[in-house]
Design a protein. Structure first.
Length: 240
């Protein structure tokens, strides 16, 4: 009876300690969840505020189609990482900024000037933004950045709007179709939301062009007898 009583006391004490530990662990986990939700809410509020504009968006007059254009062009734009900062301690000098992104996009427009196409297809393949709050959107991976959340979103929308306007003004094609993957591993939900805002703006500006943001990891579209599958990374496949 004494041995049995001893084991009962030990069991009671053990269960009591487990319950106390469980309460402590639950409380700590709850604090982590509340913090994560608060951070997420702040980031979403920053994105929403960054994309709100009071400036009326007027449709741009469509270009008159030109007959006889038989060639098409597919452009793949990926990993702009707007907001990324290259460390000064790098072995090779490789500065990166919004001005450099604009210069590269303008260089692309210069290369296209004078060409003739029926349709230009643009694939946005993710990580157009570098991240959120100095990290990837998944968290836990600090990144050197030179723009905050507001500036990254606004710069992305501004740069792509200017690029699309410049492409339209070249008058080198009859049709433009723009497809975007859901997001990249850096920009995540921020990239998805920013592209959603971008496409809403561009659709108002260019009602005769096509814009589609995919909601799944893989997106696909049909073009000239082929199915094109796109996703973030090096997964670009053409199935005949």
């Amino acid at each position: 009876e004494l041995v049995e009583l001893t084991f009962q006391n030990k069991e009671s004490g053990y269960l009591k300690k487990v319950e106390q530990d469980r309460s402590k662990m639950t409380e700590a986990k709850l604090k982590d969840v509340i913090k994560d939700f608060s951070d997420y809410k702040k980031s979403m509020e920053s994105i929403i505020q960054a994309t709100i504009t009071n400036t009326p968006i007027k449709p741009i007059t469509p270009n008159t189609p030109v007959e006889g254009r038989t060639q098409d062009l597919i452009l793949h734009l990926s990993d702009l990482h707007i907001g990324a900062k290259v460390s000064d301690d790098c072995f090779y000098e490789n500065p990166y900024s919004i001005e450099i992104v604009r210069e590269r996009m303008q260089k692309l427009l210069n290369e296209l000037q004078g060409k003739q196409y029926d349709t230009i297809v643009i694939n946005l393949l993710g990580d157009m933004l570098d991240g959120m709050n100095g990290e990837t959107t998944r968290g836990g991976n600090p990144l050197p950045q030179n723009l905050d959340n507001y500036e990254q979103v606004n710069s992305y929308i501004s740069i792509m709007t200017d690029f699309m306007t410049g492409l339209h003004n070249l008058k080198i094609c009859n049709h433009i179709k723009v497809y975007s993957v859901k997001c990249g591993n850096h920009d995540g939900v921020v990239g998805y939301t920013a592209t959603m805002a971008l496409f809403a703006k561009l659709q108002l500006m260019f009602p005769n062009y096509e814009f589609k943001l995919f909601n799944d990891f893989f997106g696909y579209y049909e073009f000239k007898g082929h199915k094109w599958i796109i996703c973030h990374g090096r997964h670009l496949i053409n199935f005949n």
